[in-house]
Design a protein around this ligand. Sequence first.
Ligand code: GUN
Ligand code: ZN
Length: 436
Amino acid sequence: MLQKPSLRAVRGRLLWFVDDPAIAGARAYRYLDDGIMIIRNGMITAIGEHFAMERQMAPGIEMIDTGRHLVMPGFIDAHLHFPQTQVIASYAQGLIDWLNRFTFIEEQRFANPSHARKVAAFFVDALLRNGTTTAAVFGSVHPASAEAFFEAADQRNARMVAGKVMMDRNAPAPLLDTARQAYDETQELIGRWHGHGRQQVAIAPRFAITSTPEQLEAAGALMREHPDCLMMTHLSESRQEIETVASLFPEARDYTDVYDHFGLVGRNSLFGHCIHLGERERLRLAGAGAVAVHCPTSNLFLGSGLFDWQRARDSGMTVAIASDIGAGTSYSMLRTLGEAFKVQRLLGHTLDPFAAFHAVTLGNATALRLDQRIGSFAPGREADFVVLDAGATPEMAHRLERVTSLADELFLLMTMGDERAVRDTYVMGERFLALA
Ligand code: GUN
Ligand code: ZN
């Protein structure tokens, strides 16, 4: 989609990260209590204090005044499934039961492209309503599902990463492709969509249980042929899953080793969940620069386990955070952060609010290798941002009366907030209005 020529300024309380708070502490973020961000044709061209920027501003420039709300880079969701929007809240007993009784039934509906288009439009609007401006999204096995998703994202000019899932065994026949077909269809998607506007194609073998060795081999070949494509899959989510993988790949040292054998462990690799990894696996993922994607609402809903973020960090792993819709129960990255905090508390750790908001902005942008484009505010970055209201509901406003610091305001947002706290979402400097 072409951008209309435009020049505008956003005035308000601007907060963004330039580094990881776990490394840089209070130097990790920038906060302007009365800031100005200038946006030309969807790109940030300047940012600074209002008093210092006034002189640089063209007279009569369009001004977006966000008052006392908080302006942050748009949220990034590092792992979710768009064909699962109508199986959220399915009454299942764990991952495998949930996949077999609900998800593998629901995803068959995406053989119908008009159904896929309808759901894709709803889904992208829902993300943007929730303040999520970029996401790494699994389609169904049908390439038309990924097409439908890219069309919806492109129409809204939203930066997205997506792929069709590759799966050629251990699922109902209508959901199976073959190693060859998955390879060819992913190649075709890359040819058509990778780098088209703001869209990027990911290589997406579903997980080791539903791919034959031949198909994992094909995924490895795709990674080698497309070194700028991300690869996303699932790893070590449930005990039952791990046992099944061990029986399917008896020669592998552990679950991570299965993916490693096929060349799927590298710096472009995103592994959903990673809950039950052994130390060897953590060190291997850390050494490869691969990303563990923590999905707290999903892990709690399915009873998968508690992801130890602290231990992952101590092993040197890169960690991203995600909703994992539809095993995840909320589209909101605010709610996702609130649940992530509780998971860490159950492990005797914590998640401080700056680390949390770093994770859903610059942290996830870095994990998706998009930190030169999105996730922070700087000249040359794309102007995707959210306007947050920590007093969005009467109950939040009541609590906000006693808030005295930025840290407390952020913690209120992640503990009580949801899409109601997202007053506006801007995509490339344009205020988002739902299309569907
Ligand atoms: N493992 C394989 N497929 C899926 C999926 O769709 N959701 C979750 N949570 N785990 C998976
Ligand atoms: Zn998933």
